[in-house]
Ligand binder design. Structure first.
Ligand SMILES: C[S@@+](CC[C@H](N)C(=O)[O-])C[C@H]1O[C@@H](n2cnc3c(N)ncnc32)[C@H](O)[C@@H]1O
Length: 209
C-alpha cells in the first residue's frame, strides 16, 4: 500500500516530537502572548504534529494569527550536522527526520484541520529575508543543532515583537543535541541573560532591541 494512503491511519494522532512539559510551555506562551502582535513561527516542524495541536488550540481560542512553519523537510543539512558531531552529537542521529516531504506534512495538517498553516521549505540559515515574517509573537525554534540555532536566533530576535517569546527546544544541560550551545552563544553576544525552563531556552522580547 502506498504511504500516502496510510496517512489517515498512521497519523490519526498529531505526530508531535515535543516532550509533554515543553509542549505545555509552548502552548502556555501561545495563550500568554495572544495580544502580542505578529506571526506564530515554528522553525523545524518535522511532520507538523505540534503545529496541528497549536493551530487547533489557537483557532478555538480566537487567536487568528498566521502560523508559519520552516523546515528542510529532509532532515539536517550535512555540514551543520557534522559540526555537531564534533561537539558530541552521535553520528547515529544523522538521518533522523530525513525521508520527509512538504507534501506529506501538508497532508497530515489537512487531516488535523490545520491546513491554513503555511509551510516554507529551506535551510533556515539561508532562506531569503523576503520569506521571513516582519514580526513574530511566538517562535518555537526546534532544529536541534548548535550553528543553525545560533543563526536562526540572529535572524528572528530582531523580528520578535515586544512581549513576544522565543523558545529553543533541546537545551537541557546534558543531551545529545547541541542547540544549547547556539542559544548560549547568541545570548552572550547579544548581552541577554540565559533562562531555561523545562529544558528550553527562553528569550522575551523587550520594548526595543
Ligand atoms: C526535532 S524536529 C522538529 C520537531 C517539531 N517541532 C515537533 O514538535 O514535532 C527537527 C526538525 O528540524 C529540521 N531542520 C534541521 N536543520 C534545519 C535547518 N537548517 N533549517 C530548517 N529546518 C531544519 C529537521 O528537518 C527536522 O524536521
Amino acid at each position: 500500500m502506498a504511504r500516502s494512503s496510510l496517512v489517515p491511519l498512521l497519523y490519526r494522532y498529531p505526530p508531535t516530537c515535543l516532550a509533554p512539559e515543553r509542549l505545555y510551555l509552548y502552548l502556555h506562551y501561545l495563550v500568554e502572548c495572544k495580544d502580542v502582535p505578529g506571526d506564530i513561527v515554528e522553525i523545524g516542524c518535522n511532520l507538523g504534529g505540534t503545529a496541528a495541536v497549536a493551530r487547533n488550540m489557537t483557532r478555538r481560542l480566537g487567536i487568528n494569527k498566521r502560523y508559519l512553519c520552516y523546515d528542510t523537510f529532509d532532515g539536517f543539512i550535512e555540514q551543520q550536522f557534522t559540526n555537531d558531531v564534533g561537539l558530541g552529537t552521535p553520528t547515529r542521529n544523522r538521518h533522523m527526520f530525513s525521508g520527509n516531504s512538504q507534501k506529506l506534512v501538508a497532508k497530515i495538517l489537512r487531516r488535523h484541520k490545520a491546513d491554513d498553516v503555511a509551510l516554507i521549505q529551506g535551510d533556515i540559515t539561508t532562506i531569503p529575508d523576503s520569506k521571513l515574517p516582519e514580526s513574530c509573537s511566538v517562535v518555537l525554534l526546534d532544529i536541534d543543532l548548535a550553528e543553525p540555532t545560533y543563526h536562526a536566533l540572529k535572524r528572528f530576535w530582531p523580528r520578535l515583537a515586544p512581549g513576544g517569546v522565543i523558545l529553543v527546544d533541546d537545551c537541557p544541560e546534558s543531551t545529545d543535541w547541541k542547540a544549547r550551545i547556539g542559544y548560549s552563544r547568541f545570548c552572550q553576544e547579544a548581552g541577554l541573560a540565559e533562562q531555561y525552563r523545562h529544558g528550553m531556552g527562553v528569550l522575551v522580547g523587550a520594548a526595543s532591541h
